[in-house]
Design a protein around this ligand. Structure first.
Ligand code: SF4
Ligand code: SF4
Length: 161
């Protein structure tokens, strides 16, 4: 990403140099990390589902009680500068994962394009596309074998995959 200067925007700097506000601002708000995953007890394989955590507003893809989330959902995963690059279930598009891997943010990220709705138009946000766990009887029936990745990232070759 070239040489770092004082003008380098924070989203191009190493994660370890970000202050707390910059860290929080890095999130694109896609909501993908708030979908429930199922783990195969025999193989350890992790499967995505289209079922969202009880606190996720499925219309906006935002946590409805972010400041109290740990009290209400104890297994909500806290993202840190240390673990951002070590969580295999994070989507490939997650800003924390991308930056932990030294990759740039995508053009649809609001910090890059200035438009918070671009994440929706790019098909990355789960807003309006998932169901709350409160509405689901058997999460096993909601496994997405191809994962959420398979239905959204346009790699530019025109096939929408
Ligand atoms: S997957 Fe990453 S970028 Fe998307 S909401 Fe979760 S933390 Fe934010
Ligand atoms: S508690 Fe909030 S941030 Fe944590 S997984 Fe649920 S909706 Fe997402």
């Amino acid at each position: 990403m070239g040489t770092l200067t004082e003008e380098t925007p924070f989203w191009e700097r190493p994660l370890g140099t970000l202050d707390d506000a910059e860290w929080e601002a890095l999130c694109d708000g896609c909501g993908q990390c708030c979908l429930i995953k199922l783990e195969d007890a025999d193989t350890g394989a992790i499967y995505d589902t289209d079922v969202a955590c009880t606190l996720l507003d499925v219309c906006t893809a935002r946590c409805s009680d972010y400041s109290n989330r740990k009290a209400k959902v104890p297994d909500c995963q806290q993202m840190t500068r240390e673990n951002a690059g070590t969580l295999p279930w994070l989507p490939a598009t997650c800003a924390y994962r991308l930056r932990a891997e030294g990759k740039p943010l995508p053009e649809w990220h609001y910090l890059v394009c200035g438009d918070r709705e671009a994440v929706v138009r790019a098909g990355i946000s789960v807003a309006g596309r998932v169901i709350s766990e409160d509405e689901v009887d058997a999460i096993e029936d909601h496994v997405c074998i191809e994962g959420f990745d398979a239905i959204r990232v346009d790699d530019g070759d025109g096939d929408g995959a």
